[in-house]
Design a protein around this ligand. Sequence first.
Ligand SMILES: Nc1nc2c(ncn2[C@@H]2O[C@H](COP(=O)(O)OP(=O)(O)OP(=O)(O)O)[C@@H](O)[C@H]2O)c(=O)[nH]1
Length: 355
Amino acid sequence: MDLANNPYSPSSGPTLAVLKFKQRLVFHLYSWTLIAAAPLLIIRWQQDHLLLTALLLLFCLNALLVMGFLHFRGTYFLKGRLFPLLAIMCSVYSTAVNGHIGLYWAYPIAVVFFFLLPLREAIASNILFLILLAVVSYLTFPEADVWRITFSLALTCLFALVSAWLVGKIQQELVRLATTDPLTGCLNRSQLSDLLNNQIQMRERYERVSSAILIDLDFFKAVNDQWGHLAGDRILQELVTRIRGRLRETDQLFRIGGEEFMVLLPETRQKDAENLANQLLLTIRSKPFFNEIRVTASVSVAEVCRGETWSAWLNRADQALYEAKARGRNRVEIAPNSPSDQAPDPSGQPAQATS
Ligand SMILES: Nc1nc2c(ncn2[C@@H]2O[C@H](COP(=O)(O)OP(=O)(O)OP(=O)(O)O)[C@@H](O)[C@H]2O)c(=O)[nH]1
């Protein structure tokens, strides 16, 4: 595993990619609403509609602010929560004073809520919008029109809701497919750097120390050669079930190579990680797998050191794993702390290799 040249940078995680895509989408939607609202602002100002002009001005300023925050900070002001309020006020007021001409804007606004807001907030905003518009329509239009307006707007909201929900589900599924290994259901390497970096931040900021365990099956090629690849696959699946049975909810299990796995243990010191590593080794070698096949594993443990990068952390764990292989396999090896780490081990115990 060549970690120094690892292609996975923190910005390459699928979750981050989806977030960036959403931010770009929000930026474009705000620029389009700005392009649509700016001419209206001038028209209403020329017509001396002062209240509507003020509302549209606030609307445009909010759009500019959100776009500015997105462009310069990569985050947006109030997460765009002023938008529904201003959009509802503009549309309802415009319908009250301009009749049908104002009403036409209600439809794109109802749809765009689902792209700019979290689903629940979009639903709540649309319910409020529908009620207010129904009241204003009742006061403004003939009764027959009120039903048509309310019903057609409700249908527009419903279709937008269904499409937004579907897009959200598809997106969740795509992220799941991109981040998990199909054979074992473990996390794959796509988010490895991000999650290791999170633990490094916890160490730097709050002195919360995490550890990583690497597990590599011994002589797995021989298992494949003797029993076939399908048997090998079943062993890998059973191995993951056994490992998972020993982990806490907060621990994360990655498949980082063919028969190589990594367990990330947040807030776990080396001593506790070493205990767990010994237990994991025991669960692997103590009982035969599918078809009465017995396998062993080489295991390494590395606690994160102060000031080190995620790849340096993983490299230390990897070196210790090579050491475990070199010393005869079927054992746990502890990675020595990096020279940059000055913190004393609270247990006062020197790092030891155990079998
Ligand atoms: N069945 C199965 N085998 C896999 C999978 N991924 C990798 N392998 C096999 O795992 C074996 C790994 O072989 P090696 O890298 O030589 O390692 P090893 O035989 O375990 O030897 P040591 O690690 O040195 O103990 C290869 O035969 C791969 O084909 C998989 O998804 N399913």
